[in-house]
Write a protein that binds this ligand. Structure first.
Ligand code: FE2
Length: 214
């Protein structure tokens, strides 16, 4: 996958650090438990940060933004695959946490619902297609909503791959790695996706993202 990122985009300044979570670790329960967050954020996300720092230490990429590192690693040789995987996983997880919110705050704005009707036929059809993207991502990966050609579209990527190329602008992501749901749902990925989509999506954040690109 090649990226054609506008270098002037101000969001390309993410530091290589574990960000603060936007909510308390137990705030998404029972949809996503505190135990899952402790492992997912505290162990997996932290490990991607640690590994990325280790891999860039003493190289020309030390001190660069996360996005610059991802682009450099992706454009590079196979020996950069480990760096790409770890750096891109930091980015995807940063974004994923912001896409979630406690159930009491997950209210879909009318404006966003109208976009779903316009681009998918109905809100339910949008949700169905998003869950289906997560279900048909074989193995580990991510389900995405992107803005492409002025419309919303659904996507999916394997492993650490992301979707913020020049043509596609990511506005929502859901983690479908087993570590995202196994403690709470075991192998029932669909139950995890249905619950998340129905109750803890940060629709306001998604709408803000869409407005950056339309
Ligand atoms: Fe994850």
């Amino acid at each position: 996958m090649s990226h054609h990122i506008n270098a002037k985009e101000s969001w390309m300044k993410t530091p290589v650090e574990l960000p603060e979570l936007p909510w308390a670790k137990d705030a998404l329960a029972p949809i996503i438990s505190e135990e899952t967050i402790n492992f997912h954020y505290g162990k997996h996300h932290q490990a991607y940060v640690n590994k990325t720092k280790e891999l860039i230490a003493g190289t020309e990429l030390e001190g660069k933004s996360l996005e610059e590192i991802i682009i450099a690693a992706e454009a590079g040789k196979p020996e950069k695959q480990g760096l790409f995987n770890n750096a891109s996983q930091i980015w995807n997880h940063n974004f994923y946490w912001d896409c979630l919110t406690p159930a009491e705050n997950s209210k879909m704005p009318e404006e966003l619902a109208a976009m779903f009707v316009r681009d998918f036929g109905s809100v339910e059809e949008f949700k169905k297609q998003l869950v289906n993207a997560g279900m048909t991502q074989f193995g580990s990966g991510w389900a995405w909503v992107v803005v492409e050609d002025g419309k919303l579209a659904i996507g999916k990527t394997p492993n650490a791959d992301n979707l913020w190329t020049g043509d596609k602008k990511a506005v929502l992501v859901l983690d479908v790695w087993e570590h995202a749901y196994y403690l709470d749902y075991q192998n029932a990925r669909k139950a995890y996706l249905d619950k998340v989509v129905d109750t803890i999506i940060n629709w306001d954040y998604m709408l803000q993202n869409i407005k950056k690109y339309l």
